[in-house]
Design a protein around this ligand. Structure first.
Ligand SMILES: *[C@@H]1O[C@H](CO)[C@@H](O)[C@H](O)[C@H]1NC(C)=O
Ligand SMILES: *[C@@H]1O[C@H](CO)[C@@H](O)[C@H](O)[C@H]1NC(C)=O
Ligand SMILES: *[C@@H]1O[C@H](CO)[C@@H](O)[C@H](O)[C@H]1NC(C)=O
Length: 241
Protein backbone atom coordinates (compact mmCIF):
# COMPACT_ATOMS: atom_id res chain seq x y z
CA UNK A 1 0.00 0.00 0.00
CA UNK A 2 1.38 3.37 -0.97
CA UNK A 3 1.60 6.29 1.39
CA UNK A 4 -0.56 9.26 0.61
CA UNK A 5 1.38 12.19 -0.76
CA UNK A 6 2.67 14.50 1.96
CA UNK A 7 0.86 17.81 2.28
CA UNK A 8 2.81 20.43 0.42
CA UNK A 9 4.81 23.04 2.28
CA UNK A 10 2.56 25.64 0.67
CA UNK A 11 -0.66 24.25 2.17
CA UNK A 12 0.94 23.90 5.61
CA UNK A 13 1.99 27.54 5.50
CA UNK A 14 -1.57 28.52 4.63
CA UNK A 15 -2.92 26.48 7.49
CA UNK A 16 -0.53 28.11 9.99
CA UNK A 17 -1.33 31.54 8.62
CA UNK A 18 -5.04 30.79 9.03
CA UNK A 19 -4.63 29.61 12.65
CA UNK A 20 -2.48 32.64 13.42
CA UNK A 21 -5.04 35.07 12.05
CA UNK A 22 -7.87 33.39 13.99
CA UNK A 23 -5.76 33.45 17.16
CA UNK A 24 -5.07 37.17 17.19
CA UNK A 25 -8.50 38.50 16.22
CA UNK A 26 -9.07 41.02 19.01
CA UNK A 27 -12.62 41.11 20.31
CA UNK A 28 -15.16 38.38 20.93
CA UNK A 29 -17.80 40.63 19.40
CA UNK A 30 -15.99 40.49 16.08
CA UNK A 31 -15.44 36.74 16.06
CA UNK A 32 -19.04 36.01 17.00
CA UNK A 33 -20.08 36.55 13.38
CA UNK A 34 -23.68 36.95 12.35
CA UNK A 35 -26.52 34.46 12.87
CA UNK A 36 -27.84 32.47 9.93
CA UNK A 37 -30.49 34.29 7.92
CA UNK A 38 -29.74 37.60 9.66
CA UNK A 39 -27.96 40.71 8.41
CA UNK A 40 -25.51 42.43 10.76
CA UNK A 41 -24.10 45.87 10.10
CA UNK A 42 -21.22 47.73 11.66
CA UNK A 43 -23.62 49.92 13.63
CA UNK A 44 -24.36 46.78 15.66
CA UNK A 45 -27.82 46.38 14.20
CA UNK A 46 -28.91 42.77 13.66
CA UNK A 47 -31.87 42.40 11.32
CA UNK A 48 -33.61 38.99 11.20
CA UNK A 49 -37.18 40.04 10.34
CA UNK A 50 -39.40 37.75 8.28
CA UNK A 51 -37.00 34.81 7.98
CA UNK A 52 -39.39 32.08 9.18
CA UNK A 53 -37.20 31.58 12.24
CA UNK A 54 -38.70 29.21 14.80
CA UNK A 55 -36.02 29.80 17.42
CA UNK A 56 -34.13 32.77 18.82
CA UNK A 57 -31.00 33.31 16.66
CA UNK A 58 -27.70 31.84 17.80
CA UNK A 59 -24.27 33.49 17.65
CA UNK A 60 -25.46 37.05 18.05
CA UNK A 61 -22.62 39.56 18.30
CA UNK A 62 -22.27 40.33 22.01
CA UNK A 63 -22.15 44.06 21.32
CA UNK A 64 -25.51 44.10 19.48
CA UNK A 65 -27.42 47.31 20.13
CA UNK A 66 -30.51 46.75 17.99
CA UNK A 67 -32.08 43.36 17.41
CA UNK A 68 -35.03 42.95 15.08
CA UNK A 69 -36.59 39.48 15.06
CA UNK A 70 -40.13 40.50 14.09
CA UNK A 71 -42.37 38.54 11.69
CA UNK A 72 -41.04 35.09 12.54
CA UNK A 73 -42.46 32.15 14.49
CA UNK A 74 -40.18 32.30 17.51
CA UNK A 75 -41.88 30.66 20.48
CA UNK A 76 -39.45 31.48 23.25
CA UNK A 77 -37.01 34.18 24.33
CA UNK A 78 -34.20 32.28 26.05
CA UNK A 79 -33.10 34.33 29.07
CA UNK A 80 -29.49 33.18 28.99
CA UNK A 81 -28.81 34.07 25.37
CA UNK A 82 -30.77 37.31 25.54
CA UNK A 83 -29.07 38.57 28.67
CA UNK A 84 -25.59 38.25 27.19
CA UNK A 85 -26.63 41.26 25.08
CA UNK A 86 -26.15 43.77 27.85
CA UNK A 87 -25.73 46.71 25.41
CA UNK A 88 -29.07 46.09 23.76
CA UNK A 89 -31.06 49.32 23.34
CA UNK A 90 -33.77 48.25 20.87
CA UNK A 91 -35.55 44.91 20.71
CA UNK A 92 -38.37 44.21 18.28
CA UNK A 93 -40.00 40.80 18.85
CA UNK A 94 -43.35 41.72 17.31
CA UNK A 95 -45.38 39.19 15.33
CA UNK A 96 -43.96 35.94 16.70
CA UNK A 97 -45.38 33.05 18.72
CA UNK A 98 -44.25 34.06 22.19
CA UNK A 99 -46.54 32.61 24.86
CA UNK A 100 -44.50 33.37 27.94
CA UNK A 101 -42.10 35.94 29.33
CA UNK A 102 -40.82 35.72 32.84
CA UNK A 103 -38.90 37.52 35.53
CA UNK A 104 -35.58 36.31 34.14
CA UNK A 105 -36.29 37.02 30.47
CA UNK A 106 -35.06 40.63 30.52
CA UNK A 107 -32.98 40.36 33.70
CA UNK A 108 -29.81 42.05 32.43
CA UNK A 109 -31.02 44.49 29.80
CA UNK A 110 -30.49 47.71 31.71
CA UNK A 111 -29.94 49.85 28.61
CA UNK A 112 -33.01 48.65 26.73
CA UNK A 113 -35.12 51.66 25.73
CA UNK A 114 -37.53 50.16 23.19
CA UNK A 115 -39.33 46.84 23.48
CA UNK A 116 -41.99 45.55 21.11
CA UNK A 117 -43.93 42.42 22.07
CA UNK A 118 -47.00 43.13 19.94
CA UNK A 119 -48.73 40.49 17.83
CA UNK A 120 -47.74 37.51 19.94
CA UNK A 121 -49.71 34.97 21.93
CA UNK A 122 -48.79 36.01 25.45
CA UNK A 123 -51.22 34.93 28.16
CA UNK A 124 -50.09 37.00 31.14
CA UNK A 125 -47.50 39.42 32.43
CA UNK A 126 -46.07 38.72 35.85
CA UNK A 127 -44.90 41.06 38.54
CA UNK A 128 -41.15 41.47 37.94
CA UNK A 129 -41.06 40.85 34.19
CA UNK A 130 -40.14 44.41 33.19
CA UNK A 131 -38.59 45.40 36.55
CA UNK A 132 -34.93 45.24 35.45
CA UNK A 133 -35.56 47.48 32.43
CA UNK A 134 -34.49 50.73 34.12
CA UNK A 135 -34.06 52.60 30.81
CA UNK A 136 -37.25 51.44 29.11
CA UNK A 137 -38.93 54.38 27.36
CA UNK A 138 -41.40 52.68 25.04
CA UNK A 139 -43.20 49.38 25.48
CA UNK A 140 -45.52 48.09 22.82
CA UNK A 141 -47.63 45.23 24.10
CA UNK A 142 -50.62 45.27 21.74
CA UNK A 143 -52.52 42.59 19.82
CA UNK A 144 -51.98 39.60 22.07
CA UNK A 145 -55.56 38.32 21.82
CA UNK A 146 -55.31 35.99 24.83
CA UNK A 147 -53.42 38.35 27.13
CA UNK A 148 -55.91 38.48 30.01
CA UNK A 149 -53.79 39.45 32.99
CA UNK A 150 -51.15 42.06 33.73
CA UNK A 151 -49.84 42.05 37.30
CA UNK A 152 -50.83 45.28 39.17
CA UNK A 153 -47.16 46.16 39.76
CA UNK A 154 -45.88 45.03 36.36
CA UNK A 155 -44.65 48.51 35.37
CA UNK A 156 -44.09 49.95 38.86
CA UNK A 157 -40.29 50.11 38.50
CA UNK A 158 -40.13 51.48 34.97
CA UNK A 159 -39.36 55.06 35.95
CA UNK A 160 -38.27 56.04 32.43
CA UNK A 161 -41.38 54.69 30.71
CA UNK A 162 -42.99 57.33 28.46
CA UNK A 163 -45.17 55.33 26.10
CA UNK A 164 -47.11 52.22 27.03
CA UNK A 165 -49.53 50.58 24.63
CA UNK A 166 -51.66 47.64 25.75
CA UNK A 167 -54.36 48.02 23.09
CA UNK A 168 -56.26 45.08 21.61
CA UNK A 169 -55.56 42.47 24.24
CA UNK A 170 -58.03 40.56 26.43
CA UNK A 171 -57.60 42.71 29.53
CA UNK A 172 -60.47 43.37 31.93
CA UNK A 173 -58.42 45.20 34.58
CA UNK A 174 -55.23 47.21 34.99
CA UNK A 175 -53.87 48.99 38.06
CA UNK A 176 -54.16 52.58 36.94
CA UNK A 177 -52.79 54.02 40.22
CA UNK A 178 -49.41 52.49 39.61
CA UNK A 179 -49.39 53.88 36.08
CA UNK A 180 -50.37 57.40 37.11
CA UNK A 181 -47.47 57.28 39.54
CA UNK A 182 -44.92 56.75 36.77
CA UNK A 183 -43.12 60.08 36.46
CA UNK A 184 -42.31 60.01 32.74
CA UNK A 185 -45.48 58.43 31.30
CA UNK A 186 -47.10 60.57 28.62
CA UNK A 187 -49.02 58.14 26.45
CA UNK A 188 -51.12 55.15 27.33
CA UNK A 189 -52.95 53.02 24.76
CA UNK A 190 -55.92 51.15 26.21
CA UNK A 191 -58.34 50.64 23.34
CA UNK A 192 -59.77 47.33 22.21
CA UNK A 193 -59.86 45.55 25.57
CA UNK A 194 -62.97 44.16 27.31
CA UNK A 195 -62.48 46.46 30.36
CA UNK A 196 -64.82 45.71 33.19
CA UNK A 197 -65.99 48.89 34.89
CA UNK A 198 -67.15 48.87 38.50
CA UNK A 199 -66.31 50.72 41.72
CA UNK A 200 -62.96 48.98 42.06
CA UNK A 201 -61.86 50.10 38.64
CA UNK A 202 -63.23 53.63 38.65
CA UNK A 203 -59.84 55.19 37.87
CA UNK A 204 -59.28 52.90 34.95
CA UNK A 205 -62.64 53.78 33.50
CA UNK A 206 -61.85 57.49 33.76
CA UNK A 207 -58.70 56.89 31.77
CA UNK A 208 -60.55 54.92 29.19
CA UNK A 209 -63.23 57.60 28.86
CA UNK A 210 -61.59 60.97 29.42
CA UNK A 211 -58.95 61.85 26.92
CA UNK A 212 -56.01 63.73 28.38
CA UNK A 213 -56.85 62.83 31.99
CA UNK A 214 -53.20 62.52 32.92
CA UNK A 215 -52.01 65.58 31.08
CA UNK A 216 -54.06 68.46 32.48
CA UNK A 217 -51.18 69.73 34.58
CA UNK A 218 -48.79 70.05 31.67
CA UNK A 219 -47.92 73.26 29.86
CA UNK A 220 -49.75 73.58 26.55
CA UNK A 221 -46.51 73.76 24.56
CA UNK A 222 -45.61 70.40 26.01
CA UNK A 223 -49.07 69.01 25.53
CA UNK A 224 -48.84 69.56 21.81
CA UNK A 225 -45.99 67.15 21.51
CA UNK A 226 -47.75 64.52 23.55
CA UNK A 227 -49.52 61.55 22.20
CA UNK A 228 -53.08 61.36 23.39
CA UNK A 229 -54.68 58.63 25.38
CA UNK A 230 -56.38 56.23 23.06
CA UNK A 231 -59.93 55.98 24.15
CA UNK A 232 -61.92 54.23 21.51
CA UNK A 233 -62.79 51.54 24.06
CA UNK A 234 -64.93 54.17 25.75
CA UNK A 235 -67.47 53.95 22.96
CA UNK A 236 -68.54 50.52 24.06
CA UNK A 237 -67.34 49.97 27.59
CA UNK A 238 -68.19 46.49 28.81
CA UNK A 239 -70.07 47.37 31.96
CA UNK A 240 -71.64 44.03 32.66
CA UNK A 241 -69.06 41.25 32.79
C1 LIG B 1 -46.54 38.55 10.56
O1 LIG B 1 -45.51 37.90 9.86
C2 LIG B 1 -45.98 37.16 8.73
C3 LIG B 1 -44.79 36.40 8.18
O2 LIG B 1 -43.73 37.24 7.86
C4 LIG B 1 -46.60 38.12 7.73
O3 LIG B 1 -47.08 37.41 6.64
C5 LIG B 1 -47.74 38.86 8.41
O4 LIG B 1 -48.26 39.84 7.53
C6 LIG B 1 -47.23 39.56 9.67
N1 LIG B 1 -48.36 40.15 10.41
C7 LIG B 1 -48.30 41.38 10.91
C8 LIG B 1 -49.50 41.79 11.68
O5 LIG B 1 -47.32 42.10 10.78
C1 LIG C 1 -60.58 36.35 26.98
O1 LIG C 1 -60.89 36.20 28.35
C2 LIG C 1 -62.12 35.53 28.60
C3 LIG C 1 -62.30 35.47 30.11
O2 LIG C 1 -62.12 36.72 30.69
C4 LIG C 1 -62.06 34.12 28.03
O3 LIG C 1 -63.29 33.48 28.23
C5 LIG C 1 -61.74 34.19 26.54
O4 LIG C 1 -61.58 32.89 26.02
C6 LIG C 1 -60.46 35.01 26.32
N1 LIG C 1 -60.23 35.15 24.90
C7 LIG C 1 -59.13 34.67 24.30
C8 LIG C 1 -59.01 34.91 22.83
O5 LIG C 1 -58.25 34.06 24.91
C1 LIG D 1 -52.13 49.31 42.59
O1 LIG D 1 -50.91 50.01 42.71
C2 LIG D 1 -50.80 50.77 43.87
C3 LIG D 1 -49.55 51.61 43.76
O2 LIG D 1 -48.48 50.86 43.25
C4 LIG D 1 -50.82 49.85 45.07
O3 LIG D 1 -50.72 50.60 46.26
C5 LIG D 1 -52.12 49.05 45.06
O4 LIG D 1 -52.13 48.11 46.10
C6 LIG D 1 -52.31 48.35 43.75
N1 LIG D 1 -53.63 47.76 43.67
C7 LIG D 1 -53.82 46.47 43.51
C8 LIG D 1 -55.25 46.03 43.37
O5 LIG D 1 -52.91 45.66 43.53
Amino acid sequence: MRLLPEPSAQSLRLLFLFLFVMGVTPSPALTAGCPDRCVCDDQLVVQCAGQELTAFPNDLPLATRQLIISNNRIGDLPALQLNYLSDLVYLDCSNNSLTEISESTFGNLRKLAYLDLSFNTLLQVEDRTFGPLASLVMLRLTDNPSLGEVHPDAFAENMALQVLDVSRNNLTALNISSLIALPALRSLGLSGNPWSCDCDTEDLCLWVQIEGFKFQALKSSETERLHTVEHSAAREPNTSS
